[in-house]
Design a protein around this ligand. Structure first.
Ligand SMILES: [Zn+2]
Length: 194
């Protein structure tokens, strides 16, 4: 997998033609290339979809000709969509990147995919703060929300760089973010009183 990914990252496809697509430039998300269809529409297409012939035109142009065009185009569209968003780690990484941008913090990864890989590799089975199981593959919007892995910045003044990140439970992250230091100390004293 890793070598495939590295290869996709290195491939220079500029100017190359894949059906109606012409590759224009490498996307900031490794593994994708910005392509222009003969109709002028531009889109980011996974390199593997280009090299394997899975994607040969934009969705609109894919409809023409072949009677199954529309169905194929829909499958392609869903395939590309799934490729980008199938993992919660990818969504988490994308959220990190946008939060970094909004807050003017560092984002220490070359791409969202790279950040997602870091998150995947650094998600423990148990929340290091609360000791509850971390359940991968669930998002904060689904059930077991408290057990969803969540990226925490150890020092909230610093950005999303690997040395300042840890994966903890959504519950622990919410507690940390909701309460001030003073509130947490008061709360802990109150719980532990007597
Ligand atoms: Zn087109």
């Amino acid at each position: 997998m890793r070598t495939g990914l590295d290869m996709a990252r290195r491939l220079d496809l500029s100017g190359r033609v894949f059906g109606k697509w012409t590759a224009i430039e490498r996307s900031p998300d490794s593994g994708y290339w910005k392509c222009r269809c003969t109709c002028g529409i531009e889109n980011f297409i996974p390199v593997s979809n280009l090299t394997t012939g899975k994607s040969t035109a934009c969705v609109k142009c894919g409809h023409k000709g072949d009677g199954n065009g529309a169905r194929h185009a829909a499958l392609r569209r869903n395939g590309e969509h799934a490729e980008r968003s199938r993992t919660n780690e990818y969504l988490q990484a994308a959220a990190c990147k946008s939060r970094a941008k909004i807050a003017g913090l560092a984002f220490g990864f070359a791409s969202v995919s790279e950040c997602a890989q870091w998150i995947r590799a650094n998600t423990p089975t148990v929340c290091p703060v609360l000791g509850i199981p971390l359940i991968r593959g669930i998002g904060a919007r689904h059930g077991f929300r408290n057990n969803a892995p969540s990226v925490d910045r150890v020092d909230s003044k610093n950005g999303y760089v690997s040395g300042n990140m840890q994966v903890i439970s959504f519950r622990a992250n919410a507690m940390k973010n909701d309460a001030t230091q003073d509130e947490l100390e008061r709360f802990a004293r109150w719980v532990l009183r007597g």
